[in-house]
Design a binder for this molecule. Structure first.
Ligand SMILES: [Zn+2]
Ligand SMILES: [Zn+2]
Ligand SMILES: [Zn+2]
Length: 348
């Protein structure tokens, strides 16, 4: 019988309905077809003039801005969803409707000079540099009074919304706290009032103890399939240390986070033949007090099934694979097997 599961933080319901299901391995995709040519890619080396001027670059000493020599490059989005960030948003009413200026920030963080290497292929050391660049941009925007929330996202694969193939992440600074985060903040508060504990800390403790949904652990992080996973292979990376803010990670934590992210994605890529996915980082709102009771984390959702009428009409997702079998499958992926070279870090 399908089982309704409730997310411990938000109270959101999910239906785990495996009757319609396939084995986890049947989500593996056919080999990918060829891709947009690197010759016209605005994120490739030598095409720096195809983007707005860079706002940050991790580049070799002595090289010029907006010229080759970079390892990571951050540029404003040419087609921003929000912007500009230099004033308070004006709110207005139109009849019964309310509007607000879409002020904010929309930046692109180009992962590396490589047109093809993504988190599964890039060396952990390089991913740590991406994490550092992301934190630098977070911090740069956090002082802006017009921005209430900063969200770092990554779309991988066309089906997941990546319009340009060259691996990149995006940073959105928006003039309100998004409902999903609001829901998690309220859920965390509610849980603390009832249990005198952090909901994420309690979740981690249970997951480590039971082990059935754990995908991997590192010194500072745990990756697991959440109890009420919305999609096959939904995976969260959560710091073991209670901390409200992604951008306050210590140096060793940043390195370790890069390691966890690399391994999680390498397992997905090797096990399911490079599926499309989205991930994003939930951290405390910019202007909330340092004591905000929140526990930052990364949520990754592979895009292997399509939300349809029922999901849209109810907000309840139907997941056809139990998170327990998703986790077991990802744990079992052999990252050293021949033919899975995509999963091992290659020197840059
Ligand atoms: Zn490219
Ligand atoms: Zn916590
Ligand atoms: Zn979250």
């Amino acid at each position: 019988m399908p089982q309704l599961r409730q997310d411990l933080v938000t109270g959101r319901w999910v239906t785990i309905a495996t009757e319609r299901a396939r084995r986890p391995s049947s989500f593996s995709r056919a080999p990918a077809v060829a891709v947009s040519p690197a010759a016209t890619c605005p994120f490739c080396v030598g095409h720096e003039d195809m983007t707005p001027p860079e706002v940050l670059a991790d580049r070799a000493p002595g090289t010029l801005p907006n010229a080759p020599g970079w390892e990571i490059r951050v540029v404003p989005n040419l087609y921003p969803a929000f912007g500009p960030p230099d004033r308070e948003p004006v709110q207005a009413r139109v009849g019964p409707y309310e509007t607000m200026d879409g002020v904010g920030v929309h930046e692109v963080l180009i992962s590396s000079p490589s047109h093809t290497d993504d988190f599964a292929q890039l060396p952990v050391e390089h991913i740590a540099r991406i994490v550092r660049a992301s934190i630098a941009r977070y911090t740069a925007h956090a002082a802006n009074p017009a921005i209430e929330y900063l969200l770092l996202i990554n779309n991988h694969g066309k089906e997941a919304g990546a319009s340009l193939e060259h691996p990149h992440s995006q940073l959105f600074g928006i003039p309100f706290v998004p409902p999903v985060v609001q829901e998690e903040l309220e859920g965390s508060r509610r849980y603390r009032a009832a249990h005198r504990a952090c909901v994420f800390c309690d979740m981690i403790a249970w997951e480590e103890q039971s082990g059935e949904r754990v995908i991997l652990t590192t010194d500072h992080f745990i990756a697991f399939a959440p109890f009420a996973a919305r999609t096959p292979f939904e995976s969260w990376i959560v710091p073991r240390r209670h901390a409200a803010r992604f951008e306050m990670m210590s140096g060793p934590e940043q390195e370790d986070f890069a390691r966890a992210l690399h391994e999680l994605i390498a397992r997905l890529v090797a096990g399911l033949n490079d599926p499309p996915y989205n991930f994003y980082i939930h951290t405390a709102p910019v202007h909330s007090s340092p004591e905000t009771d929140y526990h930052w984390h990364l949520e990754l959702l592979p895009k292997l099934t399509i939300a349809a009428g029922f999901e849209l009409g109810t907000g309840v997702m139907i997941n056809v694979v139990t998170p327990e079998s998703s986790a077991e499958f990802l744990r079992g992926v052999d990252l050293s097997a021949p033919g899975l070279t995509a999963a091992t870090p290659t020197p840059h």
